[in-house]
Design a protein around this ligand. Structure first.
Ligand SMILES: [Zn+2]
Length: 461
């Protein structure tokens, strides 16, 4: 080898070494682990979701699951996502679980998200939807619910521990699919939906995006898939435990990918229904369609998650409208509506216990930056679709806005969260549903601006 050639090959080798070192730094892997546990009540206890319910569950169509995914970026920043096949979760239970997750594994509040699927064929959980169920449930049955909540708490904490044990170096990708199951239930009458769909006359707003996060080990083997969809899980209303269409979607994905955890989070589907509905065949078919949208995304364009993980959490004091006086509440004890009267008793019980009515509700807003591109906004309550559409527009650099994911029904499902428009229009999502959640008044009109501003601030941080 001539001197010149030798110098050249040394130089080449140095360049190669340099690039290898650089690429090792750049592709230093994330770590991730997931696990799941059955949370179907062992006894037939009271079911949630519908005011017409008057007895305990009678059977089981599918299991209900709690699943956990722990993510850790190359710098060691961690977060845990828990998905639950439940109608909702209240603030007290989330606080208790978060405290345990901190004590056991060192997760801070901002690193924890508890997302529910809003299935209407799951159990009553804690104080969620209090006035809807509470007074109809005999004391002995309430004790069973309380015991279930204690078991649920322990199972969630344990499944997170199991997910930590499963952590391995991982490669994350993300994408977004499309599924047209959701129908705006405020702008389309249920009985006309098949006809309107056929004629292409279904009215919005809606959001048919299906955000997908895929976690693979370094051999490329799929470990976990997280996906979301903005639509009520209300296909079924009978007395058998089931995960409704999100349950069937998760089952289809897990069947197609044995050993994989498929995790569903509900989006801002408060004003969206899966229509038509009420048969197991429809729940299965909607679940399969959603699973197919996820599969298509996995097989199509997915992008690597690059960069790091950042998690934020804040409780924004959301104002209620003018609060009722004690006399007004007392007058409601005689209301013709049994729910109105139940709410009055619910509120008076609290007041007599020394907890006066609060003008503001501490509304939980979390934002996770999953790498440089994906922003995961995690909201409490039953959030209407306007929020998803507005939040997606916050990323002015994106043309498709599919990198902004919005979950509702997370951490605390305290009420419906109408936009200013829906609040003004009124109706169930606009305010009349407040009674079932036991809140004393409608939201004040500024709620939308307060939520959007808080999300914006967190995303900019
Ligand atoms: Zn709902």
């Amino acid at each position: 080898m001539s001197n010149h050639k030798q110098r050249l090959s040394t130089l080449l080798m140095l360049i190669l070494l340099g690039t290898t070192q650089l690429s090792i730094q750049a592709t230093e892997p994330w770590r991730a682990g997931s696990a799941k546990v059955v949370i179907t009540p062992q006894q037939f206890i009271w079911m949630s979701g519908y005011g017409s319910r008057d007895h305990v569950a009678e059977g089981k169509l599918t299991e209900l699951w709690a699943k956990a995914l722990v993510l850790q970026d190359p710098l060691g920043n961690r977060a845990v996502l828990v998905t639950l096949d439940l109608v909702g979760i209240d603030r007290t239970l989330t606080a208790a679980i978060s405290k345990s997750l901190d004590e056991e594994y060192g997760f801070q509040r901002r690193q924890i998200a508890l997302c529910t699927s809003h299935t209407h064929t799951g159990p009553v959980v804690g104080k969620n939807l209090g006035p809807l169920h509470y007074e109809r449930i005999p004391a002995a049955e309430q004790k069973k619910i309380d015991r279930y909540v204690v078991q649920l708490h322990k199972k969630v904490v344990d499944v997170v521990g199991e997910a930590i044990k499963q952590m391995v170096p991982s490669h994350l990708t993300w994408g977004s699919g499309h599924c047209e199951v959701a129908v705006n239930r405020r702008t389309n009458s249920e009985k006309n939906v098949p006809q309107l769909r056929q004629q292409g006359l279904l009215k919005g707003p809606f959001d048919h995006d299906v955000p997908v996060l895929a976690v693979r080990d370094l051999e490329g083997e799929l470990q976990t898939v997280v996906f979301g969809y903005a639509c009520h899980a209300t296909v079924l209303s009978f007395y058998q435990w089931s995960g409704d269409y999100p349950g069937f979607a998760q089952m289809a994905l897990e069947k197609a990918h044995p050993g994989v955890e498929a995790m569903f989070f509900a989006g801002c589907g408060a004003d969206q229904n899966p229509l038509p509905r009420r048969t197991v065949a429809l729940a299965t078919s909607y679940g399969n369609r959603l699973a197919a949208a996820v599969e298509e995304t996995l097989a199509g364009t997915v992008r690597p998650v690059e960069g790091t993980l950042a998690t934020h959490y804040r409780e924004v004091p959301l104002p209620l409208d003018t609060l009722p006086s004690i006399d007004e509440i007392k007058a409601n004890l005689k209301s013709k509506s049994s729910y109105e009267a139940a709410r009055a008793r619910w509120l008076l019980r609290d007041i007599e216990a020394g907890q006066p009515l609060q003008q503001h509700y501490p509304y939980p807003i979390a934002t996770w930056k999953i790498g440089d591109t994906v922003d995961f906004v995690i909201l409490g309550g039953e959030v209407v679709i306007d929020y998803a559409l507005r939040i997606k527009e916050l990323d002015t650099k994106s043309t498709t806005h599919t990198n902004l994911w919005v979950a509702g029904y997370s951490n605390d499902v305290m009420a419906y969260i109408p936009s200013r428009r829906v609040l003004r229009e009124g109706g169930y999502e606009g305010g009349s549903s407040m009674v079932y959640y036991g809140l004393p008044a409608h939201w004040a009109p500024e709620l939308e601006a307060l939520i959007i501003d808080a999300v914006k601030k967190q995303l900019q941080d």
